[in-house]
Design a protein around this ligand. Structure first.
Ligand SMILES: NC(=O)c1ccc[n+]([C@@H]2O[C@H](COP(=O)([O-])OP(=O)(O)OC[C@H]3O[C@@H](n4cnc5c(N)ncnc54)[C@H](O)[C@@H]3O)[C@@H](O)[C@H]2O)c1
Length: 291
């Protein structure tokens, strides 16, 4: 790709041989990715997208063994065609790792082991998160701490674990942090002060790390979903069925989103299609924060 200084317009670039095709721009072939909270929900959906784009993907989650859904996705990935370059070329693949993002030392060690095996790490999707509800005036200290520990500390420890190797190996990697529209707005009629506070912190963490790491060529961005139907939100919807109508009515699209509707934005952030994007918050919320 030409530098801005040498840029002469699209016709001149087309005449040369340095312009990437659109499909190669979005390709993750030869890249290695870590996805936390990758055992289910949004994490598993994005892990699948990365693998379909050609990556070697490691899903990290709390259960010691992966669930049925994860195994089904792994089987699908195993049947994806080998990348160009023949069957000796690496990827795509999906592996499961048991881990807890709140354990800094363990997270660093897990990624040390991935890099020892793969010799690289290119993409980090720091996505593990929890949601709980307590009245803001009664929120127990240990519960508030629990949310901050997973949603804020865990994201930092994940990004550190990967970013240290990107810096050491000179890899122009992409770190994506799952924030939420709840980092920018509050959810009407919900008592989610810890969650909302934690997601604001993630947005600011992404900006701070982006500015610190840009000189090293490492990009850091936040991805902020609106209401997406997963186990996390299903728990609330099942115990409060009136929320279906409430949540759908909160965005101009009039519906709750699906995890697969985050794939495009996540792949764009992970790939060379977004090389000039860092420190940004990409919202995929059916327009909720536009209202
Ligand atoms: N579903 C939504 O509407 C929505 C909206 C905005 C943001 N988000 C965010 O997206 C992310 C994924 O949420 P989801 O909806 O897929 O929920 P989910 O509950 O289905 O998935 C979250 C995953 O994170 C894992 N996890 C939790 N604590 C962990 C820990 N300490 N270490 C490792 N893994 C841990 C869980 O085991 C689970 O598999 C979260 O950060 C969430 O806050 C979700």
């Amino acid at each position: 790709m030409s530098s801005p200084e040498s840029f002469q317009g699209v016709a001149a670039v087309l005449a040369g041989s340095t312009r990437s095709s659109i499909s190669s721009l979005f390709s993750l072939t030869g890249r290695v990715a870590l996805v936390t909270g990758g055992g289910r929900g949004i994490g598993l959906e994005i892990a699948l997208a990365f693998a379909e784009a050609g990556a070697v993907v490691y899903c990290l989650d709390k259960p010691t063994e992966p669930g049925k859904d994860w195994l089904t996705v792994q089987k699908h990935v195993g049947q994806l065609p080998a990348p160009e370059g023949g069957k000796d070329s690496k990827g795509p693949s999906l592996s499961y790792l048991h881990g807890d993002v709140t354990d800094q030392k363990a997270m660093w060690k897990i990624v040390d082991d991935i890099v020892a095996k793969e010799n690289r790490i290119d993409v980090c999707f720091a996505n593990a998160g929890i949601l709980q509800e307590y009245n803001c005036l009664e929120y127990p200290a240990e519960e508030f701490q629990k949310v901050m520990n997973v949603n804020v500390n865990g994201v930092l420890f994940t990004a550190q674990a990967v970013g240290r190797h990107m810096e050491r190996l000179g890899i122009p990697g992409s770190i994506i942090m799952t924030a939420s529209m709840s980092g920018t707005i509050t959810n009407p009629r919900r008592s989610w002060v810890a969650y909302n506070t934690s997601k604001s912190a993630v947005l600011q963490m992404a900006r701070s790390m982006a500015c610190e790491l840009a000189p090293k060529g490492i990009r850091v961005n936040a991805l902020s979903p609106g209401y997406i139907l997963t186990n996390m939100t299903r728990d609330f919807l099942d115990s409060n069925p009136e929320l279906w109508t409430d949540w759908k009515g909160q965005n101009p699209s009039g519906r709750i989103g699906r995890p697969d509707e985050l794939r495009g934005a996540a792949l764009w952030l992970a790939s060379d299609a977004s090389t000039f994007c860092t420190g940004s918050d990409i919202r995929v919320d059916g327009g909720q924060t536009a209202w």
